[in-house]
Design a protein around this ligand. Structure first.
Ligand SMILES: *Cc1c(COP(=O)(O)O)cnc(C)c1O
Length: 245
């Protein structure tokens, strides 16, 4: 089956995000679209960046850093005039924390003390800062990463007290149901409620709710997403993952 061209897919996603905002009584500008470019070549990122997209999400540390370093964005490169923001949305092993800390507009996947500590020590040494979101395991799935809801308050308190170079901005989730549209909605509602609980307990704004993907972003926006992470609907199907990254 032929795919519509990238430009059409991107325009359709932008329009669908704006529609979902209007349906929820929200302004389209209230929701940031992160285009998830994992496993797609940096040329595809550049093509979407030229259409006006600025925020890109990556899952694998080496791949993300290689894309950031592409000559495309550097002085004299074809996209040198575009200031692209990179988001780390995949699980980060603590041994890779030093590569990640300070290198992203936001890390959406803070999920353990070990990772928080490792990022903190790197940032403290260079007096850097890293905006982060805590990934919450809203479906309480044993095989998935993310902080369990019953551990969230304690973990957030730890991050705020012990990791002053991490700037905690909010929460992120991946619901247990995939491409499920409205069925994912209770999980998004739960993330919103957990953020509200944390705000009142910690007295922090924690304004960011990163939730919603190609198959369920409208439901996420209805429940208050401030950031949606959309890959397939923009870039088409992902090429298979080759080696470990
Ligand atoms: C891959 C990925 C996405 C994008 O998923 P699509 O279904 O392709 O839109 C969003 N968030 C995370 C954490 C991902 O790993």
């Amino acid at each position: 089956m032929n795919q519509p061209p990238l430009e059409e897919r991107y325009a359709a996603v932008k329009a669908a995000v704006a529609d979902a905002c209007r349906a929820a009584g929200r302004q389209p500008g209230d929701v940031t679209l992160v285009a998830v470019s994992k496993l797609h070549p940096v040329e595809a990122v550049a093509a979407v960046a030229r259409l006006g997209q600025r925020d890109f999400g990556e899952n694998y540390v080496q791949e993300a850093l290689a894309k950031q370093a592409a000559p495309l964005w550097a002085a004299g490169g074809a996209c040198a005039d575009l200031s692209v923001r990179w988001h780390m949305i995949g699980h980060v092993q603590s041994r890779k924390a030093r590569l990640v800390a300070g290198a992203f507009a936001s890390v959406h996947s803070l999920d353990s003390r070990k990772l928080a500590d490792a990022m903190e020590s790197k940032l403290a040494a260079e007096d850097g800062r890293q905006p982060v979101l805590i990934e919450v395991n809203v479906g309480e799935e044993a095989q998935k990463s993310g902080v369990m809801p019953h551990n969230l308050l304690e973990f957030a308190e730890y991050a705020v007290e012990k990791c002053p170079h991490l700037e905690l901005r909010g929460l992120m989730c991946l619901p247990p149901v995939f491409d499920a549209g409205e069925k994912a909605r209770p999980h998004f509602a739960r993330l919103r409620e957990l953020a509200q609980m944390l705000r009142s307990r910690l007295g922090l704004p924690l304004a960011e709710l990163s939730m919603g993907m190609s198959g369920d972003f409208a439901a996420a926006i209805a429940e208050g997403a401030t950031t949606v992470r959309i890959g397939t609907a923009i870039f088409g199907p992902r090429p298979p993952k080759q080696a470990a990254r």
